[in-house]
Design a protein. Structure first.
Lengths: 198, 181
């Protein structure tokens, strides 16, 4: 590696936020407590080591499917009522993912002069950990992402705004993001669905 | 880190654990943060790294600096967590349409993680006032004049501290003159 290459490499590293990242002040105590309480044998927390938990997971998944099916019925009823009141130009039903198996949501999008007003009514999203937030996205069929807003409530209605049309950007998703984390989508999708014009 | 402290760490002496964390905790965290990109996961990885280090403490040579050994555990632990998170994400996306925009970030190369560890360690060797200038210059992309204004010091002081800091970094990181492998 030449001197110029070394300087360029160091410049890139010094501009990396991880170089400068500081852990929280509470981590020291957490580490000490974890080591003092740790079992003596190496213990890896992979799913393969816990078959009973996988069984529980399957049971929970089955229950979640039943719950989601019931929830979809409720949402369909609710959206029927909504159609006769607010009349959004576009709608979407957002389905759960395995990251949030109980979550579901409905979306109504109304075209206005300032852009597209997005009303997202979410239910049973998981409670966020400190420093996390939800972010909603629209995407087109080229996977181009456009963020349409952030929120932190695990239930209720939030109003978001999109500057791009759901005619072209017809996929709605909601991800869990970490403050100070990587820019763009974290990939931790908790809700997803397709927009349909009314 | 002296041999007595490392021996005490093997005995799970809380004060020795604390001493090891204070010496290497931020280095471990920097690697974990680079791999995982999330503060909460990075802290989990840091905690797991020290637990795994203690669980493997019989392999620790108390006569040598444990830095490289801890760095190896930190990299493996963070990559394990990244893979686990990746599996969670992948399974979550199994039933997602082709147009869904989820993105999974690949883990950085091991050589980069080694460099992160070494650079972070070199920065920790700098006096605080010099480290602050390097940080503003590289992380925030500020000019000497902007740094002077931010820190309320003369531009000449910024230049001299920056020059001194970069000289120390060049010396501490002289191993980058050789290919990083």
């Amino acid at each position: 590696m030449s001197a110029d290459e070394r300087d360029a490499f160091l410049g890139v590293l010094l501009a990396d936020s991880s170089i400068w990242a500081e852990p929280s002040a509470t981590l020291e105590d957490a580490v000490v407590q974890a080591v003092v309480a740790a079992p003596p044998a190496l213990h890896l927390t992979t799913a393969d080591e816990h078959p009973p938990q996988r069984t529980k997971s399957r049971r929970r998944s089955t229950m979640a499917v039943v719950a989601v099916a019931a929830a979809v019925a409720v949402i369909l009823g609710a959206s029927f009522a909504l159609r006769h009141t607010t009349r959004p130009d576009f709608t979407a039903q957002l389905a759960s993912t395995t990251l949030a198996p109980r979550a579901h949501a409905s979306v109504g999008i109304t075209e206005q002069r300032a852009g597209f007003r997005v009303e997202l009514r979410a239910h049973d999203l998981p409670v966020l950990r400190t420093g996390e937030f939800y972010e909603a996205w629209l995407a087109d069929n080229m996977h181009t992402l456009v963020p349409i807003g952030t929120f932190s409530s695990s239930k209720g209605t939030v109003t978001l705004w999109s500057g791009v049309s759901p005619r072209e950007y017809s996929v709605v998703s909601v991800t869990v993001q970490a403050a100070g984390g990587i820019p763009g989508s974290s990939g931790h999708v908790v809700l997803k669905g397709l927009v349909r014009a009314r | 880190m002296d041999a007595a402290t490392l021996e005490a760490f093997r005995r799970r002496d809380p004060e020795a654990v604390r001493a090891l964390y204070r010496e290497y905790g931020r280095l471990v965290y920097a690697i974990a943060h680079r791999v995982l990109g999330r503060r909460d996961l990075a802290e989990d990885a840091t905690q797991q790294t020290f637990v795994r280090a203690w669980q493997a403490a019989e392999r620790l040579d108390s006569g040598r600096d444990p830095g490289a050994w801890l760095a190896t555990i930190a990299k493996r632990t963070a990559i394990d967590i990244a893979r686990h998170e990746g599996r969670r994400t992948a399974s979550a996306l199994d039933d997602v349409t082709a147009t869904d925009p989820a993105v999974v970030t690949a883990a950085p190369e091991l050589a980069t993680l080694d460099a992160i560890w070494q650079v972070r360690r070199a920065i920790d060797e700098l006096p605080e006032d010099e480290a602050a200038i390097v940080r503003l210059q590289h992380l925030e992309g500020m000019t000497h004049a902007q740094i002077a204004e931010r820190l309320q010091i003369a531009v000449g002081t910024v230049k001299s501290r920056s020059h001194r800091a970069h000289g120390k970094l060049a010396h501490l990181l002289r191993q980058f003159q050789e290919p990083v492998a």
